[in-house]
Design a binder for this molecule. Structure first.
Ligand code: 8YV
Length: 323
C-alpha cells in the first residue's frame, strides 16, 4: 500500500524543543528532510513535483526559484514572524498560502530590545569587557560615564505587534513615546509622527521594529541618522536591511550618532569588522526571540500551521495577501 499522505519538504532539522514535534509532522505528512540529503538535487528530482507543503525559516528562505521547482506546492509554513525570507507575492500569485509565527515572540523581542537600550546607553558591554580584561584592577584604566535611560524620549519606527510591546514597557522608565508608521494607529495614545525625519530629530533613542524587505530597504539612511544626532542612539531588532549599514558605521565613527544596539545586520552572519572595533555599539547575533519558551511557541505554531493545512486545507496564521 502506498502512503497517501501529502509530502512536506523540510529545509532544516526541526529544533529539538518539543518532544513530539517531528512526530506531529510525520502523522500528517510524508516528510522529506532535504537537509539530510547528500545530493539535494536528487531529492528535488524525486519529490519536488509532489511537494505540497514547505517549511522555511529566516535562514532557510523560500525564494521564487525554489517555489518554481515545486509545481504542486500549496502552503509554505515559516518559522519566524518576519517573512522577507519568502517571495510572498510570487507564492500568492500561484495561490500558495504562506504562514508565519506572529505574536508568540512579541514579549521576548521587546524584552531584548530593552536589554539593548540599557546595554547601549549604560555601556554594559564595554563595562563587562573592562572587568574581563582585568582593567578594573588597573589603577590607570577608567570607563567613561554612560547615559541615563529613565525619562528619555523613545521613538519607535514600526508600531506593530513588537513595537507596541516595546512602547508599553517604556512606562516603567517614565519615557515619552512617539512613533512612525505608514498610517497612525487608532488604538494608542502615543503621538504619531508622519515624518520619519521628525521622529528621529525628536527622539533620544530610535528603535527600529518595522518589517524587513523591499518596502523598508535602507529606510534609515544618512539623513535620518543625522536627524537622530550626536546624542541619539539607534536600536535595531527588525532586519539589518532597514538600516543603511555603511551610513550607520560612518555616523558611529564620526560621532554623528552616539551609539547603536544591534541584533540584526545587513548580511548575517557577517558583521563588518569596523563595527566590532567600535566601543559605542552593542552587537548581538540575531537572538531577540531566542528564549526556550518563545522558540518552543514558535516551533509549535509553525507545526500547528502545517497541521491545520493537512486537516482543513487552511493555515492558521496566514501572511496577508497584499492588494
Ligand atoms: C528568528 C526572526 O530568529 O521571527 C523572526 O522574524 O527574525 C527571529 O525570531 C528567526 O525567524 C528564526 O527563523
Amino acid at each position: 500500500m502506498t502512503d497517501s499522505k501529502p509530502i512536506l519538504l523540510q529545509l532544516f532539522a526541526l529544533p529539538s524543543l518539543l518532544p513530539d514535534g517531528q512526530e506531529r509532522l510525520d502523522r500528517c505528512y510524508r516528510t522529506v528532510p532535504l537537509w539530510k540529503a547528500e545530493d539535494p538535487n536528487d531529492v528535488m528530482l524525486e519529490y519536488g513535483p509532489e511537494v505540497e507543503v514547505l517549511l522555511a525559516s529566516a535562514f532557510h528562505p523560500a525564494r521564487a526559484a525554489l517555489i518554481d521547482q515545486l509545481p504542486a506546492l500549496k502552503a509554505i509554513c515559516s518559522l519566524g514572524v518576519g517573512y522577507d525570507n519568502i517571495d510572498v507575492e510570487h507564492a500568492h500569485a500561484r495561490g500558495i498560502q504562506v504562514s508565519n509565527t506572529p505574536d508568540v515572540l512579541n514579549d521576548c523581542v521587546a524584552d531584548l530590545t530593552w536589554g539593548l537600550i540599557l546595554a547601549t546607553m549604560r555601556q554594559m558591554g564595554r563595562a563587562e569587557r573592562f572587568v574581563r580584561e582585568g582593567n578594573w584592577e588597573n589603577q590607570l584604566a577608567s570607563l567613561p560615564l554612560g547615559r541615563r535611560v529613565t525619562g528619555k524620549r523613545l521613538g519607535i519606527v514600526g508600531l506593530g505587534r513588537v513595537g507596541l510591546a516595546v512602547a508599553q514597557r517604556a512606562a516603567g522608565f517614565s519615557m515619552d513615546v512617539r512613533y512612525h508608521n505608514r498610517k497612525p494607529r487608532t488604538d494608542v495614545a502615543w503621538k504619531y509622527e508622519s515624518e520619519l525625519h521628525s521622529l528621529a530629530q525628536w527622539a533620544d533613542i530610535l528603535v527600529i521594529a518595522t518589517v524587513g524587505g523591499q518596502s523598508t530597504y535602507h529606510l534609515i539612511d544618512a539623513k535620518v541618522l543625522e536627524a537622530l544626532g550626536p546624542e541619539g542612539v539607534l536600536i535595531n531588532v527588525s532586519r539589518g536591511t532597514v538600516v543603511d549599514e555603511k551610513a550607520m558605521v560612518a555616523a558611529l565613527e564620526q560621532g554623528a550618532i552616539a551609539g547603536a544596539g544591534l541584533d540584526v545586520f545587513e548580511s548575517e552572519p557577517h558583521v563588518p569588522d569596523v563595527l566590532k572595533q567600535l566601543d559605542n555599539v552593542v552587537l548581538l547575533p540575531h537572538v531577540a526571540s531566542a528564549t526556550l519558551e518563545t522558540r518552543q511557541a514558535m516551533v509549535n505554531l509553525m507545526i500547528e500551521n502545517a497541521e491545520a493545512y493537512a486537516r482543513h486545507g487552511k493555515v492558521l496564521t496566514p501572511v496577508p495577501v497584499s492588494l
